[in-house]
Structure formats: structure tokens, C-alpha cells
Design a protein around this ligand. Structure first.
Ligand code: HEM
Length: 517
């Protein structure tokens, strides 16, 4: 329990030398007599006259993140508080609290602003999703992002319990009968704005690799099973995956072909008795592949592509690929060596797999745009906070016009992306089935815009943070992470340029013959 002792500032000032050293940070009194020798920033800085026995709040926050003081090993240094004063920085906020930093939340979810898209239920859902992430997932995310291990089963079990895994696939029949986050939204009322909030709450904490590690393979690997598998296979595999007992990933890309699906070389040939597929080939960059039990796999067959659900059986090998983000994502290189799979595991019609593959893309790209836009907002918030708390030449960093210009660019890009995202989401709530015709091009262009502007912001944010934006720990850790990983969204689910081109080609197809200047 935190100490309830109180001191005056005069009392604190008496403890100002090595071996008897106190400081004040945000009205709390820290006895750092023994810690000083262990301080990662060195002992000397703590014994200087402007720190020893003094209020070190400003200097502390110009050098450390708030979360340093939340660590139990440092909480123990608190011996009391300054009498009759209240902390203003380390205040106890509820885990579902909204950010008070301007632009820290999407405008439509910020108290006091109006929105045509979000209802009271969406707001309640946002708070419940945030609470779940902060209380049940946050510490796991930080630990796994760091050590690269796969997500703990205990956390997956909690996710399964509250319908978190079901919601990864968005609205649909698969939600029927599931209590979503304690019942905050009825399954039949869960719409694409709930899903948008769900995805954005999942990534705002800033652990890009972990975000994929928390079963993003399911978001893209399971829909083809739900939509195209034989009923018996569908029911069994869906139950296993939604309960978090088994994992699935989408295995399309190869070293031979990425966005160019037609160039795939993995083959599936029927056995002589026609009962099995014999699969040979490789897959590359398969998210969650290292720990998946099922692979929704695109194969070349006699007259086209066929998508086959491949269980992890003899002949399937997965190897981790080292990428720029955390190994917790489970990115894999897969080899299929004479893998025997019953023909009942075919998804959709033989040789007509392109339809199965394409049916998935729009939702995946929209989801990636949602992720990218949410992380963009986190970075804008980091930059605003830093520009406010960092002092240079005796003034806050935001006193420099060049910094304000950078912030202006970031905010504008981020809000433009979110506004477009919400507009497309609104269309999805109206006519999802018409999506591929009406929205494929727009979703491609949206993703291109959002991911490109994310990387522009990543560069700018690094300049705002200077050297700190290059280090994996400390004040700039999120900036470093974003700079290192923002390119993922530009590539996963379709490369930025290819998607931009798709958008324009789709528009050109619809040009009226009569259109003239
Ligand atoms: C309760 C008090 C303090 C604790 C628990 C603490 C803890 C830490 C920790 C964990 C680090 C490693 C970097 C990080 O994780 O952010 C660090 C770095 C540092 N600390 Fe402290 N610190 C305290 C007070 C102070 C104060 C009052 C100063 C004032 C000068 C200071 C100066 C530094 C410096 C210069 C670094 C290196 C920063 C860098 O690498 O950029 N610390 N401290």
C-alpha cells in the first residue's frame, strides 16, 4: 500500500546529499538514497543541486515516460507526499478513460462533438473494448512485443470468453448467441462501426507485432472457411478457432508471387482414388503461421486456383521469418511436402479459388487501414505530449514554428484518413454485398492514402523526437516502433501502389462513354 505520510517541501530539502537523498515528483516524495547508485541515468544527475532535495517533476518528465513510475520496483521508492497537494500527472484514471489530448480520440467519439456515425451504444462499446484491452491485454502485449513469444493461452482464453475472437471477423452469423464484452452490444446490433472501434482499440496501445500476434491470421484465414467450407468442416473448425483452442492463418503469398496471385506455384493434385489432395510448395510471410493449426491455402490445380484448408499434418513445416516487427506475430515460411488433405477440406469450388481469395481482400484492406489510422493517432498524441513537455532553449518545443508545422501536417493527414475510413465504413453498413463492386477501388485508395501518410508521419515524428525516436526504450519508444513498422500496413493485404492502381482502374471502368471536358 502507498505510504500516507506527508512532508513539507522544507523537510524534503534537508535530504539532499548522496546516502540521504529525496526528491519530489508530481507531489510524491521519493527516497532515492539507495536507488541513486542503481539509476540507469547515473547517480550524478540525481545529486546535482537542482535535483537533490528538490521538486524534480519537470526534469523527470523531460527524460522519462510516465509508466516508469508505475513499475512496482520504482513505486516502492515512494515514502509519502507533500502535505495538502494533489498530483496532476500521475492521477488515477480508470482503465476505460478517454484521452484528453486534442485529437487523441476520433472526433465522433470525443465528448462534446457530433457525429452521424456513432451512437451511444458505439461509445459504450468503445469504453468496454478499451477496458478489456487495458486490463486484460496491455501487459501481455508489452511483454510479448518485447520477447517475441506467442500470445499466452490464458489471454486467448479470456478473449474467447468475451467474444473478442468472434469480433475479429466483424458482423455476421458467427456472432449469434455470443455474449460480446459482457453484453454491451447485442450480436445482431454489432455493425461495422463496432468493428472499426474494435480494431482501433486493439492497436492504439502501440504494439504492432503483437497486434498481428493476437490472432490476426484468424481475421483473414477463417472467413473463407465460414463462407465456403462443407458444413461439417465449417462447424468444427469455427468452434475450435473461436474458442481459442486452435489457430488458423491465410496462406496465399509465396516467394514467387505476392499481389500477383496468378503467379502462385504451390500445387494440389488429386490422389488416384480422388479422395485426397496432395499438396507441394511453399508459402512466405504467413502471419501467425509459426503457431497455426490450420492454413487456408491457395493452390494451383488443373484449371485454375483452388483454396484448400490444410491442417498441420505430416509434411507441413513452418519456420519463423525474422521481420522488422516482433516475432510474436508468428510470421512464417511454410513448406508443404506431399501433404495429404481430404478433398472435403476444399473451400468453394475446385479451380474457382480466385473467387474465394478475392472475397476476403476488401475486408482485410479496410481492417488494415483501420489499424494504420489508429496507430497514426497514437503517434500524433505522443508528438503533442512531447512538444508540450520538452523544453529547448528555455521554451517548450512547440514554441518552434517548425515543430508546429510538423504537428499540423500530422493531424491533417491522420484526420483525413479517419474521415475517409468512416465514410467507407458507413457504406459497408448499408450494402456489404455490393462492396466489391462499389467499394473495392475506394478501399484500395483509402489504404494507399492511410499507409502512405502514416509513413510520412513516422518520418516527421522521428524528427520531432530526435535521437529518442531511434531508441527502442524510453520516451521515444512508440515513435521508434512506428517508424520501424508503419511499412507493414503499406504491404500486407496488397502493396500500396498496387492498391492505388486498382482504385484508379476501377474508376476508369466506370467512366461514362459520354464524359468529355
Ligand atoms: C524516482 C525517480 C527516478 C526513477 C525511478 C528513474 C528511473 C530511470 C530509468 C528506468 C531510466 C532508464 C530509461 C527509461 O526507462 O526511461 C532512467 C534514465 C535516466 N534518468 Fe532517471 N529516474 C528517476 C529520476 C531521475 C531524475 C530526477 C533525473 C534528473 C536528472 C533523472 C535522469 C535520468 C537520465 C538523464 C536518464 C537517461 C535518459 C536517456 O537515456 O535518455 N532520473 N531513469
Amino acid at each position: 500500500m502507498a505510504s500516507t505520510k506527508t512532508f513539507t517541501r522544507e523537510e524534503v530539502a534537508k535530504h539532499n546529499k548522496p546516502g540521504d537523498l529525496w526528491i519530489v515528483v508530481d507531489t510524491r516524495v521519493y527516497d532515492i538514497s539507495k536507488f541513486a547508485a542503481l539509476h540507469p541515468g547515473g547517480q550524478y544527475v540525481l545529486t546535482t543541486p537542482n535535483v537533490a532535495g528538490k521538486d524534480a517533476t519537470d526534469v523527470f518528465y523531460s527524460l522519462h515516460r510516465k509508466e516508469v513510475l508505475d513499475k512496482p520496483m520504482y513505486k516502492r521508492l515512494v515514502i509519502g507526499a507533500i502535505a495538502n497537494e494533489q498530483p496532476t500527472i500521475q492521477v488515477n484514471e480508470s482503465s476505460d478513460a478517454l484521452s484528453k489530448v486534442p485529437y487523441g480520440e476520433p472526433m465522433g467519439l470525443t465528448p462534446g462533438y457530433h457525429t452521424p456515425y456513432y451512437t451511444e451504444n458505439h461509445r459504450a462499446f468503445q469504453r468496454a473494448a478499451r477496458k478489456f484491452m487495458m486490463e486484460e491485454v496491455y501487459s501481455e502485449a508489452m511483454a510479448r512485443e518485447e520477447d517475441g513469444k506467442r500470445i499466452s493461452q490464458s489471454v486467448v482464453d479470456k478473449m474467447a470468453e468475451v467474444g473478442w475472437l468472434h469480433m475479429r471477423l466483424g458482423p455476421g452469423k458467427h456472432l449469434k448467441g455470443v455474449t460480446l464484452l459482457g453484453g454491451v452490444v447485442k450480436p445482431e446490433d454489432f455493425d461495422y462501426f463496432h468493428e472499426l472501434i474494435y480494431h482501433q482499440e486493439g492497436v492504439r496501445i502501440g504494439a504492432r507485432g503483437f497486434n498481428d500476434g493476437q490472432l490476426s491470421g484468424m481475421a483473414i484465414g477463417l472467413p473463407p472457411v465460414l463462407n465456403f467450407a462443407r458444413p461439417e468442416v465449417k462447424e468444427r473448425v469455427a468452434a475450435e478457432c473461436f474458442s481459442g483452442k486452435k489457430y488458423i492463418s491465410l496462406a496465399i503469398t509465396e516467394a514467387f508471387a505476392g499481389s500477383d496471385v496468378a503467379g502462385l506455384q504451390t500445387t494440389a493434385v488429386k490422389s488416384d482414388d480422388g479422395k485426397f489432395w496432395i499438396i507441394n510448395g511453399t508459402k512466405k510471410w504467413i502471419t501467425n503461421g509459426t503457431f497455426s493449426d490450420y492454413f487456408t491455402t491457395a493452390c494451383r490445380t488443373k484449371k485454375g486456383l483452388t483454396v484448400i484448408l490444410v491442417p498441420r499434418v505430416d509434411g507441413v513445416e513452418t519456420r519463423p521469418i525474422k521481420t522488422a516487427y516482433s516475432a510474436t506475430a508468428g510470421t512464417a515460411y511454410i513448406t508443404f511436402d506431399n501433404v495429404k488433405v481430404p478433398v472435403e477440406y476444399t473451400l468453394g469450388e475446385e479451380d474457382k479459388g480466385l473467387k474465394v481469395v478475392l472475397s476476403n481482400f476488401n475486408h482485410e484492406r479496410w481492417m488494415l487501414a483501420a489499424h494504420s489510422a489508429a496507430l497514426h493517432r497514437t503517434i500524433v498524441e505522443e508528438c503533442l505530449k512531447w512538444a508540450n513537455q520538452r523544453y529547448v532553449f528555455g521554451k517548450p518545443l512547440h514554441d518552434q514554428a517548425v515543430i508546429r508545422a510538423k504537428l499540423a501536417g500530422m493531424i491533417a493527414r491522420m484526420e483525413a484518413g479517419q474521415a475517409w475510413l468512416e465514410q467507407i465504413t458507413h457504406q459497408m453498413t448499408k450494402n456489404y454485398n455490393e462492396q466489391s463492386d462499389k467499394l473495392a477501388g475506394s478501399i484500395g485508395l483509402l489504404k494507399m492514402f492511410v499507409t502512405r501518410s502514416a509513413r510520412e508521419t513516422a518520418e516527421e515524428a522521428q524528427l520531432v523526437f530526435g535521437g529518442r525516436g531511434l531508441t527502442k526504450t524510453g520516451l521515444g519508444r512508440l515513435i521508434e516502433m512506428y517508424h520501424r513498422t508503419s511499412g507493414f500496413d503499406a504491404i500486407l493485404g496488397g502493396v500500396e501502389d498496387v492498391l492505388g492502381d486498382l482504385g484508379v482502374r476501377q474508376a476508369l471502368k466506370k467512366m461514362p462513354k459520354s464524359a468529355r471536358l
